[in-house]
Design a protein around this ligand. Structure first.
Ligand SMILES: Nc1ncnc2c1ncn2[C@@H]1O[C@H](COP(=O)(O)OP(=O)(O)OP(=O)(O)O)[C@@H](O)[C@H]1O
Ligand SMILES: [Mg+2]
Length: 171
């Protein structure tokens, strides 16, 4: 029996970037356990170096990796860069193709994929949310926020699960 175009197009859908990379995570360099973890380190460190360079700060970066079972880790990454304003945190970490480096600048990152790729991998392999603590200046005021979130892959955006004010000091 022949099927009409209208019937066939009932299944027509749009795929978000996150959904595409969920299906093709090897295209983000996430193939194999050691290579995947190496990619996460690379993405986070290059971001910290870019942010420090743009802000004119000597970078101070730490990554702490704690093994929780055979294949799972808790990774904590910190830097002394300018921070990320609260309104941008989930865009940075949960929206693919979102970033500040699309203009023609010399930087390590370019595509707005690195952070959200790390959150996607983490979510796919653990099912757990990610947490970001950001301290940033707004005018003369130093602000601090702690956000816990998941990535809504179907919408290519963040879903905030918890928000707290974070204690921050300028030193
Ligand atoms: N540690 C950080 N401090 C301040 N801003 C950051 C930090 N990490 C990421 N950002 C901001 O978030 C944006 C998105 O980061 P992301 O790594 O996803 O993409 P990118 O670095 O622009 O490009 P690429 O996909 O090539 O890594 C950056 O463009 C930058 O504006
Ligand atoms: Mg990057």
């Amino acid at each position: 029996m022949e099927r009409e175009a209208a019937e066939l197009f009932e299944e027509f859908k749009e795929l978000t970037a996150s959904e595409f990379f969920r299906r093709n995570k090897q295209m983000l360099g996430f193939s194999g356990k050691i290579r995947s973890l190496t990619m996460v380190f690379h993405e986070l460190i290059t971001n910290s170096l870019d942010a420090a360079e743009e802000a004119g700060i000597q970078p101070d970066i730490t990554i702490d990796l704690k093994r929780v079972d055979k294949d799972h880790y808790i990774l904590r990454h910190t830097d002394n860069g300018p921070g990320i304003p609260e309104a941008f945190v989930t865009k940075v970490y949960c929206t693919m193709f979102a970033g500040s480096k699309f203009r023609n600048i010399q930087s390590r990152g370019q595509q707005g994929l690195g952070c959200s790729g790390c959150v996607l991998l983490s979510q796919m392999t653990t099912g757990k949310p990610a947490k970001v603590v950001s301290a940033y200046n707004e005018g003369e005021i130093l602000k601090g926020v702690e956000l816990t979130f998941k990535m809504d892959v179907k919408k290519n955006k963040g879903l905030i699960l918890d928000r707290k004010k974070a204690e921050v000091s300028s030193t």
